[in-house]
Design a protein around this ligand. Structure first.
Ligand code: SF4
Length: 176
């Protein structure tokens, strides 16, 4: 169901406000890091599929308005300035393409600010600025539309193409 335009605009404004001053979102993520491991017990008892089916709608309700989450199932928000990389029209997960305009807008959707320009700006206001240099593996599309809160706990989000023994941070490639 499509939301009315006014509601969408309000949602977008609130999202930008929170993401541009990401202290609250960082606080929430730190809480989540402590709480999510509690899923281990239900996961052992009921299995991943059933727990994911319960968790996914809740995750979507929380993360869709806050981050415009696309439910990729392998969340890297805290590495990317609390800015969802899947909202980039090219779905890039390792920084901007060469098409960012001088005013910081996207070459695909001209009226949109580049997701990665925003991510880099915002990450400076988080304790995870260093992680902007993390080399994120390509999206594992097998996890698409699954609960990232569950794949985080099971570490299924770590089993993905391209995460082998190669460098995991840009500093290992071009130096600090
Ligand atoms: S789960 Fe994926 S799509 Fe959703 S906010 Fe995290 S990175 Fe973005």
């Amino acid at each position: 169901m499509n939301r009315p335009t006014g509601e969408r605009t309000r949602c977008r404004r609130l999202r930008s406000l929170l993401q541009d001053r990401p202290g609250f979102l960082v606080f929430m993520w730190r809480r989540a890091e402590r709480i999510l491991p509690r899923l281990k017990r239900p996961l052992d008892r009921f299995g991943e599929e059933r727990v994911a089916a319960w968790v996914q709608p809740v995750e979507e309700i929380v993360k869709k308005p806050l981050f415009d989450c696309r439910m990729c199932g392998q969340c890297i928000l805290h590495f990317t300035g609390m800015t969802c990389p899947m909202t980039c029209p090219k779905q890039l997960r390792n920084g901007p393409c060469g098409g960012v305009a001088l005013d910081g807008t996207c070459e695909v959707v001209r009226e949109m600010e580049c997701v990665w320009v925003k991510a880099i700006e915002r990450s400076a206001a988080t304790p995870y600025a260093e992680d902007m240099g993390r080399l994120n593996p390509p999206v594992d599309w097998r996890l698409n539309d699954t609960a990232a809160w569950v794949t985080y706990v099971t570490e299924r989000d770590q089993i993905t193409t391209g995460i082998g023994t190669g460098p995991h941070h840009v500093s290992a490639v071009i130096g600090p």
